[in-house]
Design a protein around this ligand. Structure first.
Ligand code: IPM
Ligand code: MG
Length: 366
C-alpha cells in the first residue's frame, strides 16, 4: 500500500474551512481504496502565526515541505495584515521557493451550474489557463525610495528570463498537445510592452516548431477578454504571463459560474519539489467562520492533486462525485445562488465517493 505524504496549509479566512473539507474528501477516498493511503501533516501558518511570530511561516518552513508528495493550500490573507505581506510571506514564498513555475487553471461549466453567458453551452467553454508562476510582473523586483516625499519613486519590475519563458511555453504546448483539440492561444501585449513581451512572442514561435501537431495563435490580452465572452469555443489551452493570467483566470471562473468552484495547481513539472494545489477564491473574510464557503474549488484542486500523484482513477472518482453534487441545485452554496452549507456539500461529495459504483444513490441534503 502506497502512503502519500500530504501537507495541509489552510492559511487564513475560509481557507481553514475548505481545507478541512478537502481532507475529509481525501479520507473518504482513502477509505475506499486499497492501494494507497494519506499521511497528513498540518501547518498552522498564516495570519495567526504572524501575530505570534512576526512572520507568516517559519524561516525553515520550505524545508518542512520539501519531503512532501503534495501540498493542499487554502488561502493567504488577513484583515489586519497588509495583503502584500501575507501573500509574499506565504504563498509566493512557497511558489518561488519550490519553483512551482506552472500555474494550471482548468475551467469548465460543471453540471447544474447556471453560467452567465446566454449563448454559451457547457461544451463551448472548456479551457485550461497556464499561468507563468515565478517571474514576470510578480518577480518581486523593484523598490521605493524617498518615501513620503514629493519626489517619491516606486517601481515593480516585470522580469522575464529566456529560461523562464521557454519552460512555461513548452509546458503549455505539451499540455495543449495532450488535450483532444490540440489548440493553444498565446496571450501577449507585445504591441505596448516592446521588450519582454516581444521576447515572449519570439520564444512561443520557436517552441511551436517542436509541436507541429498543435494549432496555435496569438491574442492580445485585452482582446482576449472580449474573445472569452464572445467566442469561448475558439479557445482551449491558454498560456499567459503571471499577471495577465491572474486577471484572465478570474474572468474565466466567473464565466463558468463562480470563483468558488475554480481550482488551481502550482506545479513543479520536474518533480524536484512538491507541487501545491489550492482553490483560487482567496480568504473571503466576509463569509469566514460561517460555514458558507463553497468547498468545490478545493475538491476540484484535490482532483488535480490526485492526477499529479498519478492516481488517475481516484481523480476521476472525485470529479464524478463533484459533478453529481453540483448537478443538484439543493447542494449549491450561496455563491451559486443556493443555501447549502460547506458541511452539507462536503458530506454529499463524501457520500458520492463512498457509494461510487452503486447505482441509484443520488446525493441529497444530509
Ligand atoms: C490568485 C490570486 C492571488 C494572485 C492573490 C490572492 C494575490 O488572485 O491566485 O489568482 O494574484 O496571484
Ligand atoms: Mg487571481
Amino acid at each position: 500500500m502506497k502512503t502519500y505524504r500530504i501537507a495541509l496549509v489552510p492559511g487564513d479566512g475560509i481557507g481553514k474551512e475548505v481545507i478541512s473539507a478537502g481532507r475529509e474528501v481525501l479520507q473518504a477516498l482513502a477509505g475506499t481504496a486499497n492501494t494507497f493511503q494519506f499521511e497528513f501533516t498540518h501547518f498552522d501558518w498564516g495570519g495567526d502565526y504572524y501575530r505570534r511570530h512576526g512572520a507568516m511561516m517559519p524561516p525553515d518552513g520550505l524545508d518542512a515541505l520539501r519531503g512532501m508528495d503534495a501540498i493542499l493550500f487554502g488561502s493567504a490573507g488577513d484583515p489586519e495584515i497588509p495583503d502584500h505581506v501575507t501573500l509574499w510571506g506565504l504563498r509566493l514564498k512557497i511558489c518561488q521557493g519550490l519553483d512551482q513555475y506552472a500555474n494550471v487553471r482548468p475551467t469548465r461549466i460543471l453540471p447544474g451550474i447556471d453560467a452567465p453567458l446566454k449563448r454559451c453551452k457547457p461544451e463551448d467553454l472548456n479551457w485550461v489557463i497556464v499561468r507563468e508562476n515565478t517571474e514576470g510582473e510578480y518577480s518581486g523586483a523593484g523598490g521605493r525610495v524617498h518615501q513620503g516625499h514629493p519626489i517619491e519613486v516606486a517601481t515593480d519590475m516585470s522580469v522575464m528570463t529566456r529560461a523562464g519563458v521557454e519552460r512555461i511555453q513548452r509546458y503549455a504546448f505539451r499540455l495543449a498537445q495532450s488535450r483532444p483539440r490540440k489548440l493553444l492561444t498565446v496571450i501577449t501585449k507585445s504591441n505596448a510592452q516592446r521588450h519582454a513581451m516581444v521576447m515572449w512572442d519570439e520564444i512561443a514561435a520557436e517552441v511551436a516548431k517542436d509541436f507541429p501537431d498543435v494549432t496555435w495563435d496569438k491574442e492580445l490580452v485585452d482582446a482576449a477578454t472580449a474573445r472569452m465572452v464572445n467566442r469561448p469555443s475558439s479557445l482551449d489551452t491558454i498560456v499567459a504571463t503571471n499577471l495577465h493570467a491572474d486577471i484572465l483566470s478570474d474572468l474565466a471562473a466567473a464565466l463558468a459560474g463562480s470563483l468558488g468552484i475554480a481550482p488551481t495547481g502550482n506545479i513543479n513539472p520536474e518533480r524536484v519539489y512538491p507541487s501545491m494545489f489550492e482553490p483560487i477564491h482567496g480568504s473571503a473574510f466576509d463569509i469566514m467562520g460561517k460555514g458558507l464557503a463553497n468547498p468545490v474549488g478545493t475538491f476540484w484542486s484535490v482532483v488535480m492533486l490526485l492526477e499529479h500523484l498519478g492516481e488517475i482513477h481516484a481523480a476521476q472518482r472525485v470529479m464524478c462525485a463533484i459533478e453529481h453534487v453540483t448537478a443538484n441545485p439543493e447542494l449549491h452554496t450561496r455563491d451559486l445562488g443556493g443555501e447549502a452549507t460547506t458541511a452539507q456539500v462536503t458530506q454529499a461529495v463524501c457520500a458520492e465517493i463512498r457509494s461510487a459504483g452503486k447505482p441509484g444513490q443520488a446525493p441529497s441534503l444530509a
